[in-house]
Design a protein around this ligand. Sequence first.
Ligand code: ATP
Ligand code: MG
Length: 277
Amino acid sequence: MNDSAIRVRGLRKTYGSTTAVAGLDLDVRRGETLAVLGPNGAGKSTTVQILSAQLPRDGGAVTVLGTDPAGADRRFRSRLGIVSQTANDLLELTVAEVVRHFAAYYPRPRDPGRVLDEVGLAGQAKQKLRQLSGGQRRRVDVALGVVGNPELLFLDEPTTGFDPEARRRFWDLIRSLAADGTTILLTTHYLDEAEALADRIAVIAAGRIRASGTVADLVDDREVTVAWRDGAKTTDTPTALIAELSAAHGGEIPGLTVTRPSLEDAYLRLTGQETAA
Ligand SMILES: Nc1ncnc2c1ncn2[C@@H]1O[C@H](COP(=O)(O)OP(=O)(O)OP(=O)(O)O)[C@@H](O)[C@H]1O
Ligand SMILES: [Mg+2]
């Protein structure tokens, strides 16, 4: 097999008169972590559902782990882990029961007790899902996504509702899975999460990829803003500008700040949501 985990060309999906995915191309290498960013309704969940064999497509070519998910069998599904955006409905089972139950579906599951530890639910193992807080329920979703020891993990907004400590713990878990060679496709609205976890980022809007690459690829580093008490300027040679200003001020520049463009600036530009700063 080659080193491609996901290859998508011209993917299309419509719901009635709504076009959710409008000719999307995407490549993910084996072992890579890709973050997909995009506004509400951009087509992220639809794409994840198609790639993970949960939803049929209307057009385009898709290969996932060497297989077309449209004809996926149980063996193919057992190689995937999925944390989707939809809530689960096993509310009367306990946390430990549901994780053990899911582990049994997979040929080489991770140890359910260890997984509960990793997602910070060891203390809630005997509680019913119904009795959990929103963030705790989301941790169960994550536990179910990783318990099968998947080759390829789909995470659709996995940390929505997590407190800061749970989010850090989740990041550690994802990094250790990535270090073990797991391929990960993650959607998120948290740009810091994308920066912390992803090897590459794809920005999607209106069902199409607008740009993809590393953070450095996406951010236009030529627009550095130098601001001081009496003014501000955007430049691609900030050091030279600061030297000039320093000479003009006879040394210290009052109120000097230097700001490089952020991933957020790039995101807003790429999705056409730029606001006048
Ligand atoms: N089951 C469905 N029936 C009809 N329309 C749908 C359905 N699921 C999604 N859509 C529409 O398809 C488009 C893409 O939705 P999708 O859920 O893929 O967006 P998303 O990028 O995941 O957004 P979010 O960030 O809000 O999760 C939206 O216009 C949405 O209204
Ligand atoms: Mg979504």
